[in-house]
Design a protein around this ligand. Structure first.
Ligand code: GAL
Length: 671
């Protein structure tokens, strides 16, 4: 999983000592006296990395062509004076009012034709040539001004591309969509064939006739919908690349990135396809306070981010010290939760821990969002925890550059996520992430480490490969997965996988098309369940959502359905393949059923937990190229818990005595 070293931009890590620590710094909200106090507080907390100027365009260029860099000069110099490195933003995530007034055509348009106005942020469409021209203008000014500044370590391009608005339906977007389609298909005949337009009289005579899939009397062409998702993901990256081209020209050695939002909640961008254009992967992650298993969702998002990074260390560019302000009820974090969250990200491969934002605003939309310096200043729990976190991260310097070890891969594909959830499927209850997260959760609770891997990436070195709801799959990816089984891995494929190709065309001759041979089964008919119904399986497992009529064609049945009309029909099968095996799961088992499947898969593949520990302790291991390893043990229990490990706890500096205190964390440099 090592990516090719890139020529050109230097590694951001060359510029930073230890684990990076800091956050978004928006000093333009504050008078000089406060900015000076910031410097003191930053040193107290051990901050060494900040993202600066993300939403500051209107202050940097208050009127077209008139610039005021004075305040930013001062901020950059002051940060440099205390040894802080800067991820300098292109300032393009919120166009200034003068630009909108002069060029309202830059505003984004929704599917129903509504123009989204200014007064907030992210009010532009990435297709707009005018917007790109102005965005490149301010980017160039910033690059020219700060190209030699010693604090500059990274370009932070725009911000969370696709946040708030990720589908663009205006006239200029439609033209860009047509251009993208023409490049993809070459001829209108090829497009007609890909979209299956012979059905419902949807045939196009030329590319000019095509529109984005807006509002229509009934369901829209699925090929058109899928391509529109691909296009929107692409156009955002195309805009990013245009800004990066300016930065490369002026600062060829300064790395560039943009902050992703990889999590269970962000579907619109294919981050695996974006990764090659980012010099380092950066991610933002926010917990959903109402989710009692939010630490498991965090682990899922961090594992996904590491997968996008190809296993390389990544930047946690934003998370929150405590409450956010955009959920219905914004509960603060529990005492110690911020440390557990931060070190869970580090345990899963982050070499930078950053927050939105440094100092809590007194005005504006986010004044009730937590920050590193709360409204109450030093006399707050959050500030004390921030200072403690800074100290803890300093002690973790030896961990930097190490990689997370996993023997289990979960195949993850945004395209399959999109395609499987377009309308008019056998059941609305088939959601791409549901089974995938059920397996991830089970492995998390067992302290088994998991990598998220794109279906076309190498699966070498994994003993267990889980392929969940991979509805669409290319021939190459299907062959890649089959090769993993042949080479000795245990591969599990779940229902509604391998059904269509990348054009969303059904693979004919029996489901699950692309995996039929590998699995040694043929599915004759899907039997999704009605809402609330359950099935009993032969070993007593209860399942829901899905069943199907399977015929064995080389596989053996390990478990069967027991109810009419599928009584005796296999629900779980296994076929030996090469030195490995291919398993197939044809229903959605309840959590006991998932546990029993996972027991069997781990048993066969010989994959063990990262270490032995009490339940409720999250475990990951990072290893350096020289073999030294670090065991991250995060105790989510409110009592001390035991972990079997031998070594020195980097956080306490003492020999690890086998117990992690209630709610605490140990990072054990193993003997
Ligand atoms: C992110 C955004 C930040 C801030 C944060 C609040 O989406 O990048 O600017 O708004 O959310 O949680």
């Amino acid at each position: 999983m090592t990516k090719q070293a890139r020529s050109g931009p230097a590694s951001v890590w060359n510029n930073i000592e230890g684990i990076a620590f800091g956050g978004d710094y928006n000093p333009e909200q504050w008078p000089v006296s406060v900015r000076l106090e910031d410097l003191e507080l930053m040193q107290e907390a051990g901050v060494n990395f900040l993202s600066v100027g993300i939403f500051s365009w209107a202050l940097l260029e208050p009127a077209e062509g008139q610039y005021d860099f004075g305040w930013l000069d001062e901020v950059m110099d002051n940060l440099h004076s205390i040894g802080v490195k800067v991820a300098l933003a292109t300032a393009t995530a919120a166009p200034p009012a003068w630009l909108v007034r002069r060029h309202p055509e830059i505003l984004p348009v929704t599917a129903d034709g509504t123009v989204l106005g200014p007064g907030s942020r992210r009010h532009y469409t990435p297709s707009s040539a005018v917007y790109r021209r102005y965005a490149k203008g301010i980017t160039r000014m910033l690059a020219e001004r700060y190209k030699d500044h010693p604090a500059l370590a990274l370009w932070h391009v725009d911000n969370e591309l696709g946040c708030h608005v990720s589908e663009f339906y205006g006239d200029e977007d439609a033209a860009a969509f047509r251009g993208w389609l023409e490049r993809r298909y070459g001829t209108i005949e090829a497009l007609n064939s890909a979209w299956g337009t012979a059905f419902w009289s949807q045939n196009y005579g030329s590319f000019e006739e095509i529109l984005p899939p807006g509002l229509a009397p009934s369901t829209l062409n699925p090929g058109q919908q899928l391509d529109f998702q691909r296009f929107n993901s692409w156009i955002l990256m195309d805009y990013y690349r245009e800004l990066v081209a300016v930065l490369r020209e002026i600062t060829p050695t300064v790395p560039c990135t943009t902050n992703l939002m990889a999590s269970s909640a962000t579907k619109a961008m294919d981050y695996f396809s974006w990764a090659k254009d980012l010099d380092v992967i950066a991610n933002d992650h926010y917990l959903v306070a109402a989710d009692p298993e939010r630490h498991i969702e965090l682990a899922f998002s961090a594992d996904l981010t590491r997968g996008i990074a190809g296993g390389d260390p990544w930047i946690l560019m934003e998370h929150s010290t405590s409450a956010v302000n955009w959920q219905p009820r914004n509960q603060p974090k529990m005492p110690g939760e911020m440390l557990r969250n931060s070190l869970a990200h580090v345990g899963r491969g982050a070499d930078a821990v950053m927050f939105f934002q440094w100092r809590q605003s007194f005005a504006g939309s986010e004044k009730f969002h937590s920050a590193m310096v709360p409204h109450g200043g030093r006399e707050t729990r959050v500030w004390r925890e921030v200072v403690d976190l800074g100290a803890a991260l300093k002690l973790l310097e030896p961990v930097r550059g190490s990689r997370v070890e996993s023997r289990v891969a979960i195949v993850f594909d945004y395209e399959a996520w999109w395609a499987s959830e377009i309308d008019s499927k056998p059941s609305i209850d088939v959601r791409y992430l549901d089974l995938l997260r059920a397996f991830h959760r089970s492995l998390f609770l067992r302290a088994v480490s998991v990598d998220m891997v794109h279906p076309s990436a190498t699966l070498e070195g994994y003993d267990l490969v889980l392929v969940c709801t991979l509805y669409s799959v290319t021939d190459e990816a299907a062959a890649n997965i089959a090769a993993a089984a042949a080479a000795g891995a245990t591969v599990l494929v779940t229902y509604f996988s391998g059904i269509v190709d990348e054009k969303d065309h059904v693979r004919l001759g029996g489901y699950p098309g692309a995996f039929r041979e590998l699995l040694g089964v043929r599915v004759e008919e899907f039997r999704p369940l009605l809402a609330g119904s359950q099935l009993k399986l032969s070993d007593g497992t209860i399942s829901s959502i899905w069943s199907e009529h399977i015929h064995l064609e080389g596989a053996e049945a390990l478990q069967t359905f027991t109810e009419y009309p599928l009584d005796g029909v296999p629900s779980l099968t296994r076929r030996p393949v090469g030195s490995g095996a291919a398993w197939y799961l044809a229903t959605f088992p309840d959590s006991n059923g998932i546990e029993s499947v996972v027991d069997r898969l781990l048993g066969e593949s010989g994959v063990a937990p990262v270490a032995a520990a009490d339940p409720g302790v999250e475990l990951t291991r990072r290893r350096l190229a020289d073999g030294r390893s670090f065991l991250f043990a995060i105790n989510h229990n409110r009592s001390g818990s035991s972990v079997q490990a031998v070594g020195t706890d980097l956080l306490s500096g003492e020999r690890f005595d086998g117990t992690v205190p209630a709610g605490g964390v140990a990072v054990i440099a193993e003997d």
